[in-house]
Design a protein around this ligand. Structure first.
Ligand SMILES: Nc1ncnc2c1ncn2[C@@H]1O[C@H](COP(=O)(O)OP(=O)(O)O)[C@@H](O)[C@H]1O
Ligand SMILES: [Mg+2]
Length: 261
């Protein structure tokens, strides 16, 4: 099973949009069995992919109330795409999980990953992370082999990537195989500052930057309002096409067969 955590400590950079589009395109375009784990208490990915409702999700797993992944996972309308939802209760976890309990959280998600692999349940797991390095976020990263970092194409985001990569590298003491798969530039548009920032990211060379960038379009916030993936809301808008191109690039780099209907 391939495992990707979508990480950035900044909010509003496109983590959820990227996680949802990656999961959606892998399920529909590649006919893979995909589990999207929502590790953000704001539950945006859950709201996009599942009908409104109360779900016992990742919080139950992290607190040790659920013993098996199949108690928590919910199928979506999209063939092959399942969601392990989040709810607000994730927010309180850091207060509860002081000290030693953090390691219980970390173990819970790793144990789930091992169970998913033993059961051969999914081809890919994608985790949408919160905008901080909370216990849930670190647990998500430690249960993934690869981290994808979406960034906005401005100067602050470009220069902040170095710190984030160092923090992720420091988790290698707990998970030696952890790697940053790449940085994905989101909300790209033609402007001098965007071009300078993207050039800085590419030249600095600390981590690979995907060739494909995701263009800025109002179709994405519209789809967020409609609680739909942009692939469904407006499949031919620039960002929907860019996400498909990016998943093809990622699939080639990660050895995933793309477009196998
Ligand atoms: N390519 C894009 N073009 C325009 N708006 C975007 C794009 N990607 C994301 N957005 C918008 O930016 C906001 C933050 O995106 P989101 O994926 O929720 O970020 P995060 O999960 O990092 O907080 C949302 O309103 C979303 O609709
Ligand atoms: Mg989000």
């Amino acid at each position: 099973m391939k495992t990707f955590a979508i990480v950035n400590r900044k909010g509003g950079v496109g983590k959820t949009t990227t996680a949802v589009n990656l999961a959606y395109v892998l399920a529909t375009g590649c006919r893979l069995r995909v589990l999207l784990v929502d590790a953000d208490g704001q539950a945006n990915a859950t709201q996009i992919l599942l009908p409104p409702g109360e779900y016992a999700g990742l919080g139950a797993l992290l607190r040790g109330y659920a013993c098996c992944w199949d108690e928590l996972v919910i199928p979506t309308d999209v063939d092959g795409l399942h969601v392990l939802p989040a709810a607000e209760d994730l927010g309180a976890l850091d207060l509860e999980a002081a000290g030693g309990d953090r390691s219980r959280c970390y173990r819970a998600v790793r144990d789930m990953r091992e169970a998913l692999e033993e059961d051969g349940a999914y081809d890919v797991m994608v985790i949408d992370c919160p905008p901080n390095l909370s216990a849930a976020c670190v647990a998500a990263i430690l249960a993934s082999d690869s981290v994808i970092i979406p960034v906005l194409s401005d100067a602050c985001s470009a220069t902040g990537v170095g710190d984030l990569v160092e923090q992720i590298a420091s988790l290698r003491s707990l998970h030696p195989a952890l790697r940053v798969a790449g940085v994905l530039v989101n909300q790209w548009h033609r402007s001098p500052v965007v071009e300078v920032s993207v050039a800085y990211l590419r030249e600095e060379g600390m981590v690979p930057v995907y060739d494909t960038v995701i263009r800025r379009t109002d179709k994405v916030p519209e789809s967020s309002w409609a609680r739909m993936a942009v692939q469904q809301w407006s499949p031919f808008c620039s960002a929907a096409r860019d996400y498909r191109a990016w998943v093809a690039e990622l699939a080639a780099k990660e050895g995933i067969k793309y477009g196998q209907a």
